[in-house]
Design a binder for this molecule. Structure first.
Ligand SMILES: [Zn+2]
Length: 500
């Protein structure tokens, strides 16, 4: 069982590892797959990959038979601080999100609330096999908030990039503050391979391009910029043109969503070597635009995957891979049907989304030592294996298994830099009880500041005016009679079982 007590004790940090007998998805340039393969880890690096590989005598052995060994996944855009409100905005649109966070309540988050959200999110990522996460941290109203964000990230043994942002001020304002620049410089200078730093802000398309000053700060400090681009009603082609025309669109730039842009913008992104972070679950239900993988494919732009925020969605990339395949294929079929055609072969494959969740993420954070299993690379890897689950076999198509069959609970082992941080389905060294108390305190703080009524109203947005149920010529039965209605019950005021 997933919640059974582990059969063995997690190996001490630094001890060599040998992961034996798994289906190894190397995600190297040729996407080599080994059946019954071994991965040897020494000093935090991958020492060897092969069948019957030699391991140091003191290596801790992990039995991966029947399972999949693959690189740790990389989430290129997540507002980790919002994890303290897990699921609160499940029925929101982007407009409701903007009103709640940007206009009405985002200011209520204290430094401790940012820290707690980040800590929860950091452990959640590791639990799901996400070993590197870009924390798109746009709740940093003060440098104290930023220090708290770093504390939250540092409390878990994963890799993170703090993408510093502040939705409570304009980017040209907060990036100009000496205290903020000092914080960024200090963090840049102490940043190790567990914690990187970037700037995170959006370009609204104001013709005077006030964001230019923020880009200049980023350039001066040598920090990459990540930006929400192509977000319906918020950011558009003008912002891309401005970035391009002023030389701020580069290989290091990550465009999040990029969902409602013109061909011209995709061409500018492609020509300058930028990459796109696709948050399919987010684009599908918040409304930034149609998930753009179909566009991106046509322009040869690099893709990574992301989850955006746990205010709505799960922080695991299994969900992202699944949603991305579904959205790409749904659109392809719909377009074809509209012209009377039939798609007989899908353009987007399971292997593509596994690549985006690993190599694509490594490309986005510019860490070529991550994202693949090859000798000499950093040992961030996961084992997907669940001997007690009927879903674990047969294992016929490993990419398909990862993309459509596996879930976070099937993540058996997570290794970051050679250290086991999830061992036999259990996180190592986490104090979930303390984390729960801290998160509860943040929720209590928000509810008491807002009042119970406002809190509840925020979680339950009004329904739109319904279109009602269409007239139906087939109405000669008493299916919808009062007696039937009573017997069946109702949902949304209509008898259950009469959809459409
Ligand atoms: Zn976002």
């Amino acid at each position: 069982m997933n919640n059974a007590v582990p059969a063995t004790v997690a190996p001490d940090p630094g001890r060599p590892l040998v992961i034996r007998g798994g289906t190894v998805l190397t995600m190297d340039d040729s996407h080599r797959v080994l059946t019954g393969g071994d991965v040897v880890v020494v000093d935090g690096k991958i020492a060897e990959i092969g069948i019957g590989a030699d391991a140091p005598p003191d290596a801790h052995e992990i039995d991966a038979a029947g399972g999949i060994v693959m690189p740790g996944m990389i989430d290129s855009h997540r507002h980790m601080w919002q994890t303290a409100m897990r699921g609160y905005g499940a029925d929101w649109t982007l407009t409701q999100y903007f009103v709640w966070y940007y206009l009405e309540h985002g200011r209520r988050f204290r430094p401790v609330d940012i820290q707690v959200g980040n800590a929860l999110s950091a452990w959640e990522a590791l639990e799901a096999g996400v070993t590197t996460t870009v924390d798109w941290s746009h709740g940093l109203q003060t440098p104290d908030h930023a220090r708290a964000a770093v504390d939250g990230l540092r409390s878990a043994p994963g890799r993170f990039v703090l993408a510093y942002g502040n939705i409570q001020a304009a980017p040209w304002e907060w990036t100009a503050l000496a205290e903020v620049q000092r914080f960024l410089t200090d963090l840049r200078d102490v940043a190790d391979d567990r914690l990187g730093v970037q700037l995170a802000f959006d370009v609204t398309g104001d013709p005077s391009f006030p964001e230019k000053a923020a880009f200049e700060v980023a350039r001066e400090l040598g920090l990459p910029v990540t930006t929400h681009a192509g977000v319906w009603g918020a950011t558009n082609d003008t912002g891309i043109q401005q970035m391009y025309d002023h030389g701020f669109a580069g290989e290091e730039t990550v465009y999040v969503h990029a969902a409602s842009l013109s061909t011209d913008s995709y061409q500018r992104i492609a020509a300058t070597g930028g990459s796109i972070s696709v948050s399919t679950e987010s684009e599908q239900s918040a409304g930034q635009g149609y998930p753009p993988t179909w566009q991106v494919r046509r322009h040869g732009i690099d893709v990574s995957l992301s989850n955006d925020t746990s205010v709505w969605w799960s922080g695991d990339l299994f969900s992202a891979m699944r949603a991305t395949l579904g959205a790409d294929r749904a659109r392809e079929h719909l377009e074809a049907h509209a012209s009377g055609e039939t798609i007989t072969s899908s353009s987007l494959r399971a292997e593509h989304v596994v690549h985006w969740a690993t190599r694509g993420g490594a490309r986005a954070v510019r860490r070529p030592d991550l994202g693949s299993l090859e000798p000499g690379k950093t040992a961030d890897l996961i084992v997907i294996k669940n001997d007690h689950s009927p879903v674990s076999f047969p294992l016929l198509n490993p990419y398909g298994h990862v993309a459509f069959q596996a879930q976070r609970a099937d993540v058996h082992t997570v290794v970051v830099g050679g250290d086991v941080v999830k061992h036999e389905h259990r996180l190592v060294g986490v104090d979930l009880a303390a984390l729960r108390r801290a998160v509860d305190a943040t929720v209590d703080h928000l509810v008491s500041e807002m009042g119970e009524e406002t809190w509840q109203a925020g979680m339950n947005p009004a329904m739109p005016e319904g279109e009602g149920i269409l007239d139906n010529p087939y109405t000669y039965t008493d299916f919808k009679s009062d007696a039937t209605r009573e017997a069946r019950g109702t949902i949304f005021g209509e008898p259950i079982g009469t959809d459409g």
